[in-house]
Each structure stands twice: as C-alpha cells, then as structure tokens.
Design a protein around this ligand. Structure first.
Ligand SMILES: Nc1ncnc2c1ncn2[C@@H]1O[C@H](COP(=O)(O)OP(=O)(O)OP(=O)(O)O)[C@@H](O)[C@H]1O
Ligand SMILES: [Mg+2]
Length: 225
C-alpha cells in the first residue's frame, strides 16, 4: 500500500472471522487508518487481495466495495453539514448484499433516539459525538455485513464513548463482523474478542484481546499505554 511513492503498509495480512470483532491497535501513524482505507478501496493497495467470502475486492471502487457489504466509517466524521440528519441517513440507504433490509430510518431511530430527536436539524450543527453517531448510523443504513470503524471513540466525552461501546456490542450480537481501529486498548476490552497490533505498517502481533492485555511486553512496546 502506497501514498504516492511512499510505501506505508508492508504485506499486512489480516483475517477476520464472520461475526467476530477484531481490534486493530497501534500508535499514531502506525497504519491503522491506511489499512481500513485499503480494505474500503479509498486508498487501494497496489498489490494484494481484499477478500470477502469468496470474492476478491482489491482494485474495486469504494462504492462497489460498499455494495459488496463492507461499510466504512472514516476517522473524520464526514457528514453533509448543510443537509438534515434525516437526509444524511437517507443518502446511506441501501439493501445489504443478500438483500438485507434490517436497517432503515425506523430501526436507526430506535437504536439512536438522539438522532430521532434531531432528524430535522442540519448535520453541521450537531456535536462531535452526535456526528459520530450519525456517521455510524448512515453506514448502517447500507446494511453492511462487515463494518470498518476508524477510532470511533476519539475525542468524545466519556458518556458518548460508552454509548458507542454499547452500540458496537449490539451490532456484534446481531452478527455484524467488525474491524475496530483504535489506539486505546482499554476501549476495546469489553468489545472485541480478537486483536491485531500494527506498527510501522507491519502486523506485529495477533491474538485474542485478553491475550494481548496479558502480554505486557507487546503492549509496552507497541501501544502507548
Ligand atoms: N495521505 C497521505 N499521504 C502520505 N502519507 C500519509 C497519508 N496519510 C497517512 N500517511 C502516513 O502513513 C502512515 C500511516 O498513517 P495512518 O493514518 O494509517 O496511521 P494511523 O495508525 O491511523 O494513525 P492515527 O492513530 O494517528 O490515526 C503515517 O506515517 C502517515 O504519516
Ligand atoms: Mg488513523
């Protein structure tokens, strides 16, 4: 994976089991976001495969990857600021790759009552936490089978962080496969079962999250704890 001529990722090999949640952990600049962008097709890899089930998605456009069932929530909450909350949600609406239609306005509003209360409001007027919820909710409107979340807790108040953790656990219980990029291992402890650590564009460790937690050598060396 390159940005221009700079090589950023080096043979990153990650596998996530269906219905499982993988925490992709690493310090600032380790390559977490770049990995998610490579999977989502936003910054496509020059070499390598992105496989979902039996199909290879590498080289496909981001919209084709999204239609194949991979939902991507980037780190910079990209809402349409001049559009209402409801319009932002409607933009994300589609059936899942197997025709799944669980997520629609009604279910999103049930899950995110805060968004229901603000549906007429312009998205640009929401707080950071509300915009993060909206970005996640908009991605869910596409009924993804796999969800890529880039540091969803970053910069948010503890109560919102808690709400996002609860939401991720709920999605997990619904069978959504999740890759959660995070600097904060503690945020991932009650959420994910698997963990991978990335450093300088290499995957340097792969285990369960509990195994990682117990491995102080690895956490000291690669995570800012
Ligand atoms: N658009 C870009 N052009 C060139 N280099 C980039 C670009 N975006 C990121 N990089 C570089 O790629 C490397 C990995 O960055 P990346 O954003 O993937 O890290 P990260 O693990 O997500 O970090 P953070 O925790 O700060 O979000 C860094 O060295 C970064 O400087
Ligand atoms: Mg990042």
């Amino acid at each position: 994976m390159f940005y221009g001529a700079s090589k950023i990722l080096f043979g990153v090999d990650l596998e996530v089991g269906r219905g499982r949640t993988l925490a992709l952990l690493g310090r600032n600049g380790a390559g977490k976001s770049t990995t998610l962008k490579a999977i989502a097709g936003v910054a496509p890899p020059r070499k390598g495969n992105v496989r979902l089930g039996t199909s290879n998605l590498a080289g496909s456009r981001p919209d084709a990857i999204a239609r194949a069932g991979i939902g991507y929530v980037p780190e910079d909450r990209q809402v349409f600021p001049m559009h209402s909350v409801e319009d932002n949600l409607a933009i994300g609406a589609k059936l899942g790759p197997q025709g799944q239609d669980f997520w629609k306005l009604e279910t999103v509003y049930e899950t995110f009552p805060i968004l229901a209360r603000m549906k007429e409001r312009r998205a640009g007027l929401l707080s950071g936490g509300e915009q993060q919820m909206l970005t996640i909710a908009r991605t869910l409107m596409g009924n993804p089978e796999v969800l890529l979340l880039d540091e969803p807790s970053e910069g948010l108040a503890p109560i919102i962080v808690q709400a996002i953790a609860d939401l991720i656990r709920k999605l997990r219980s619904m069978g959504v496969t999740i890759v959660l990029a995070e600097q904060n291992m503690h945020f991932c402890l009650g959420i994910s079962e698997d963990a991978a650590v990335i450093d300088k564009g290499h995957i340097v460790y792969r285990d369960t999250i509990q195994g990682l937690k117990a491995n102080t050598e690895v956490t000291k060396r690669y995570l800012a704890l």
